[in-house]
Ligand binder design. Structure first.
Ligand code: HEC
Length: 160
């Protein structure tokens, strides 16, 4: 039992690192595989939590996972030599909504409009559904004010 718990804890800890969570409850946390792919149409910016933004920040900056969005889009998503700004509220390929950004990350950009090279799907390496969603939330937050920390906290609690 003890060993089993440790294994579970390790697995959950991995997932927790991913979502920035502090205290994984081994009994309640779903296994990482249970994180289902998201229907972009159902993505609601209101549901974005601070933990999700923190995870998205790490993904964007290549701190976890194999892809670094900042390598092309710049450290704060303000644009770089190989890719446009994601923070100026101007969109080349989508309407800038949370769901549209989510979809764009998955499809990448095969036909760039301003830059000479493409964006591969997920920026290069596929992301888990959770990280995909988190990095989309982070990108969304670069051009939309997600104020109200209390809301984040509340949503965080509601999620549990
Ligand atoms: C290899 C360089 C590269 C990497 C890595 C990369 N992108 Fe891109 N991205 C691009 C290019 C190039 C475009 C399209 C530019 C154009 O149309 O001229 C783009 C476009 C986008 C757009 C659409 C912008 C708009 O104005 O419509 C989003 C959103 C985006 N990237 C998000 C991401 C995220 C999130 C990551 C990390 C998971 C990422 N990108 C990684 C190169 C990159």
């Amino acid at each position: 039992m003890q060993t089993r718990f440790k294994f579970l804890a390790a697995v959950t800890a991995l997932a927790a690192v991913a979502c920035g969570g502090e205290k994984p409850e081994a009994s309640e946390a779903p296994p990482p595989a249970a994180v289902a792919a998201v229907d972009p149409a159902t993505l609601d910016p209101e549901s974005i939590t601070r933990a999700e933004l923190a995870l998205g920040d790490s993904v964007f900056h290549g701190l976890i996972g194999a892809t670094s969005c900042q390598a092309c889009h710049g450290p704060k998503g303000a644009g770089g030599p190989a890719a446009p700004s994601l923070s100026d509220g101007t969109w080349l390929h989508n309407d800038g909504s949370y769901g549209a950004i989510y979809k764009q990350i998955e499809s990448g950009v095969m036909a760039p409009k301003q830059f000479s090279s493409m964006m591969p799907p997920f920026g290069g390496t596929p992301l888990t559904a959770e990280r995909h969603r988190a990095v989309a939330a982070y990108v969304y937050s670069l051009s939309h004010k997600l104020d109200d920390d209390e809301r984040g906290e509340k949503k965080e609690r509601e999620k549990k």
